[in-house]
Design a protein around this ligand. Structure first.
Ligand SMILES: Cc1cc2nc3c(=O)[nH]c(=O)nc-3n(C[C@H](O)[C@H](O)[C@H](O)COP(=O)(O)O)c2cc1C
Length: 367
């Protein structure tokens, strides 16, 4: 099956549960990190064709995200305000241990009819770990811990008398009751380094990666899916993008230029320093942000690189290109979330569906 014949590409949005929006810039952002704003946004998103919302976990931040609501509690509030949206709560091994996380998520799973998922993040910000008294493990050790965390979550959720002897976590004859409803909560992970990809090919349901071109996404997809197959595992791929969709390409590009022109250089450089250091500490000396320029770093997960900046037609075509490269889900950030999520649902998603339909009809005709 070619990549384009798969299920319709899914859409997720970043929950702005931290202040400052999704770009490190002083440009006006009609986005708020409050619960009132976010409840309404979640309702708009589910009515606009978004299947998932991803909330963020942050304890401190040096790049403008000065206020941060905790991810699991916030995700639960959004689930209570919606009926179909799935909300992905971020968990950071270290502050969370798998016993607490498994129980907390199992309860939310029951309260919300199975709509909660998790994103296991491995950490990139040494200053944050120091601030909260957490050991800063080496890069690959962080992933070794995350993998044990995910194995423990799954074991607790699916087995009675769960026993596990890891280097980071231990369980003896533990039976969680009640277990989550079937299907089990989906487990996402973020990160693009060698260790991140290898972990995805062994244990995660979903691999989230930073924004990138279809060619670069394809390389990652081939790598992790080739390995996953050899491991008898299957994993899907979500790609980050910062969308600027306007009636004309000129308008969209002008917004991008203004975001960059009004970027906060000290905050962007401080963020770039931290994330590049975090990646350099991996054995291959690379991480999510190894090739990011100053402009790229203004969107803190390289969202401009996916180039969803233009007219609805251009953006829809590029989404289909990302899907061809192996993306199953597009994770979106916006400048003015409520209004742009609605616009995206009205003007872009229907075009994506038309293009997917046309591509699959062509594929059948060619058989
Ligand atoms: C889509 C996505 C969401 C992420 N969310 C968070 C988050 O909420 N909190 C956090 O501390 N790190 C988050 N991360 C960072 C990753 O967990 C990881 O630490 C980072 O991408 C570095 O990965 P690497 O060392 O494999 O390159 C996220 C990454 C991605 C791609």
């Amino acid at each position: 099956m070619s990549h384009i014949d798969r299920d319709p590409v899914k859409f997720a949005y970043w929950v702005p549960n931290v202040s400052g929006g999704l770009v490190i810039s002083n440009i006006e952002q009609r986005t708020s990190w409050t619960i009132e704003y976010n409840r309404k946004l979640a309702q708009i998103a589910e009515a606009s064709g978004f299947e998932y919302a991803l909330s963020q976990i942050r304890f401190t931040a040096g790049y403008g995200a000065e206020f941060q609501h905790e991810s699991v509690a916030f995700s639960h509030a959004l689930l209570e305000s919606t009926t179909t949206l799935k909300v992905i709560a971020a968990l950071l091994p270290g502050p969370w241990n798998p016993a607490l996380a498994a129980k907390q998520i199992a309860t939310i799973n029951h309260l919300t009819n199975g709509r909660v998922a998790v994103n296991v993040v491995s950490g990139w910000f040494r200053g944050e770990f120091h601030a909260i008294g957490e050991h800063w493990l080496d890069h690959d050790e962080r992933y070794r811990r995350s993998e044990e965390f995910i194995r423990a979550l799954r074991g607790i959720w699916t087995q009675d008398s769960f026993t596990f002897r890891g280097d980071f976590y231990r369980f003896s004859d533990y039976s969680l009751k009640p277990k989550p409803l079937d299907p089990q909560p989906e487990i996402f992970q973020g990160g693009s380094s060698r260790a991140a990809r290898d972990m995805a090919s062994r244990v995660s349901d979903w691999y989230f990666t930073n924004g990138n071109t279809p060619e670069e996404i394809r390389k990652q997809v081939n790598d992790i899916q080739g390995k996953a197959e050899a491991n008898g595992h299957s994993v899907r791929v979500g790609v980050n993008a910062f969308a600027i969709v306007r009636e004309t390409e000129e308008e969209a590009k002008a917004v991008l230029a203004e975001i960059i022109e009004k970027a906060n250089p000290d905050a962007v450089n401080a963020f770039g320093h931290e994330v590049k250091n975090a990646g350099k500490a991996s054995p291959e000396g690379e991480g999510n942000w190894a090739k990011s320029s100053f402009e790229d770093l203004v969107q803190y997960n390289d969202g401009f690189r996916s180039n969803l900046i233009g007219t609805p037609q251009q953006v829809a075509e590029r989404i289909v290109d990302l899907k061809r490269a192996g993306a199953d889900l597009i994770l979106l950030g916006f400048l003015h979330f409520q209004e742009e999520v609605e616009y995206f649902g009205k003007h872009v998603i229907p075009l994506v569906r038309e293009l997917e339909q046309a591509a699959s009809t062509q594929a059948i005709a060619a058989e």
